[in-house]
Each structure stands twice: as structure tokens, then as C-alpha cells.
Design a protein. Structure first.
Length: 139
């Protein structure tokens, strides 16, 4: 006896109104409310509701004030690690800018061996090149 495979009808992608999203995000903003409980109560996957909450926190989407005012501006989603650049001027930076240039710091180095002495005066800014040179010489 051969049975035909039973195929389930394809589930269509659900769409939700902006007001529905706004209401659920507002419920999730209450610290006493579980996001998963709200999602299950409304027959949603908790990951979908979590994404709406993140969009609200990062981009201001699904905001009750913007929905009621009707003046929604579309924002491009920002990467998860995006932080705005804020230039900062420190006291040390300002002090360096106002001070006259001082002589460059140097690294004194003396190597002795087999009756020979080598004395170097290397610029501090080139310390990595000095380390590389010393590895070659002392190898």
C-alpha cells in the first residue's frame, strides 16, 4: 500500500502594521514585561519582536510619538557595531599644539664584545626599526 506524501500549504510571510509593531514595542519597554511572553501572546516568534525592539532602540523606528505625528523619516539601518565619531580635544593635545617643538627623544645603545664597542644614538620614534636591527645583529 503506497501513501501519497501530504504536503502542507506554504506559509505566507506575515506583514504587520506599523501601529501593531509600535504597540508591541511599547509593551516590551516595560522592564516588568517579558519580551518572549509578549511575543507568544501575539503568536509571534520572539526573534521578530526582539528585532523590532532593537530597531526602536538604535534607529527610533516603531516609536509611538512618530507614528501619531505621521512625520516618519526613513533611516538606513546602521551596522551593529556603528558608533558615531565624536572628535575630542584633550588638554594634552592643546598643550602640545601650543608648545614649541622640543628635540626628539633618543635611545642610547652601547654594545660591547670581543674587544669592540659600538655606540648608537637611535631616534625614539624609530624604536621598532632598532629592535629589528638588533635582532639581525645579535642573531
Amino acid at each position: 500500500m503506497h501513501q501519497e506524501p501530504v504536503s502542507k500549504p506554504r506559509r505566507r510571510r506575515r506583514t504587520y502594521t506599523a501601529q501593531f509593531k509600535t504597540d508591541l514595542v511599547a509593551q516590551c519597554m516595560d522592564p516588568a514585561v517579558s519580551l518572549a511572553a509578549v511575543a507568544i501572546e501575539h503568536d509571534l516568534n520572539p526573534n521578530v519582536l526582539r528585532r523590532w525592539v532593537i530597531e526602536h532602540e538604535r534607529l527610533g523606528l516603531h516609536d509611538a510619538d512618530a507614528q501619531s505625528a505621521g512625520d516618519r523619516t526613513e533611516l538606513a539601518p546602521a551596522p551593529a557595531n556603528w558608533l558615531p565619531f565624536v572628535p575630542v580635544r584633550t588638554v594634552a593635545t592643546e598643550r602640545l599644539a601650543t608648545q614649541p617643538s622640543q628635540p626628539e627623544a633618543r635611545i642610547p645603545l652601547t654594545l660591547s664584545g670581543r674587544g669592540l664597542t659600538l655606540t648608537l644614538d637611535w631616534p625614539m620614534a624609530e624604536h621598532q626599526a632598532l629592535a629589528q636591527w638588533a635582532r639581525l645583529v645579535l642573531a
